[in-house]
Design a protein around this ligand. Structure first.
Ligand SMILES: NC(=O)c1ccc[n+]([C@@H]2O[C@H](COP(=O)([O-])OP(=O)(O)OC[C@H]3O[C@@H](n4cnc5c(N)ncnc54)[C@H](OP(=O)(O)O)[C@@H]3O)[C@@H](O)[C@H]2O)c1
Length: 259
């Protein structure tokens, strides 16, 4: 299916690897011009080169921390009028809420809620004026089903999702959509490091922990970044203008609910 977005411009945050890279690659395959972001310049440049070579897309890399004001300014300077925005950043640490200070909470809220909202604020009026905009926020399955040891993530992402639920309904009339993509367990460095840390704590081999984690999934496997990227490309497509304010859970059915 032609997604109808060739020639559109996109900012994809947190995109040197993992889910953000999956989204970037899927958009590039649709002929979208990309501005990619991550903090470490080396891996980001490598990903940008890889995407250019495999798709022929125009890709600009902006190595910066998107959770800072200066970082967001650099990103927006490289692409002041995006048609597509994919918000993403690293997830907050796991732990027991009794150990978290106010500062820990502010950091999580900044990284997983406020940063996304400030990026949306910077681009949305331009999208409304041009009568086309697609915003996808990469959040987490935690939005539907909280993880016991990831309270910072559960809280911050619920805040973003609540805010967006209201805003999405104010802008869909302008052909500007905002939706959440909620990853379950996707095979990325972040998932691997979480499972490996758990394996170490339990004193079991990492390979065993990974096998057990896959067995615990309803689909008996993890999701791939390619599957995640394809869902993102569809939500960003010309065909998805009537999908607004939704939260699409990609977890192979592990969330046990009818709706
Ligand atoms: N994978 C899963 O199964 C899963 C499940 C639920 C939720 N999530 C959430 O989905 C998001 C992406 O996860 P992932 O698995 O793709 O992680 P990942 O493999 O660790 O990739 C994260 C990407 O974001 C970049 N990044 C991190 N912090 C950044 C910042 N402050 N500014 C700019 N770029 C930043 C990283 O590059 P640099 O380090 O160089 O900046 C990297 O490119 C995270 O918020 C994660 O918590 C993932």
């Amino acid at each position: 299916m032609d997604m109808g977005i060739a020639g559109r411009k996109a900012i994809v945050c947190g995109a040197s690897k993992g889910l953000g890279k999956g989204c970037a690659l899927a958009l590039a395959r649709e002929g979208v011009e990309l501005v990619l972001n991550a903090r470490s310049a080396g891996p980001l440049e490598q990903t940008a080169a890889e995407i250019r070579t495999s798709t022929g897309a125009t890709v600009t890399a902006v190595a910066t921390d998107v959770t800072t004001e200066a970082g967001r300014a650099a990103l927006l300077a490289a692409c002041p009028d995006p048609d597509i925005l994919v918000t993403n950043s690293g997830g907050p640490p796991a732990g027991d809420f009794r150990n978290w200070s106010g500062e820990d909470w502010m950091k999580a809220l900044n990284g997983n809620m406020v940063t996304h909202i400030l990026l949306i604020k910077a681009v949305i009026d331009g999208m409304i004026g041009r009568r086309f905009g697609r915003i996808v926020n990469i959040t987490s399955g935690a939005v539907k089903s909280p993880y016991p040891n990831l309270g910072l993530s559960n809280g911050a992402r619920a805040g973003l999702t609540g805010f967006v639920a209201g805003l999405a309904r104010q802008v869909s009339q302008h052909n500007v959509t905002i939706n959440g993509l909620l990853p379950g367990s996707h095979e990325t460095d972040r998932l691997r490091s979480i499972i490996e840390a758990g394996a170490k704590a339990q004193g079991i081999p990492a390979a065993q922990a990974i096998a057990e984690a896959k067995a615990a999934e309803t689909a008996k496997r993890f999701g791939t970044v390619e599957e995640f990227g394809a869902a993102c490309a569809f939500l960003c497509s010309a065909h998805a203008g009537y999908i607004a304010g939704q939260n699409l859970l990609l977890d192979g059915g592990s969330y046990n609910g009818t709706l």
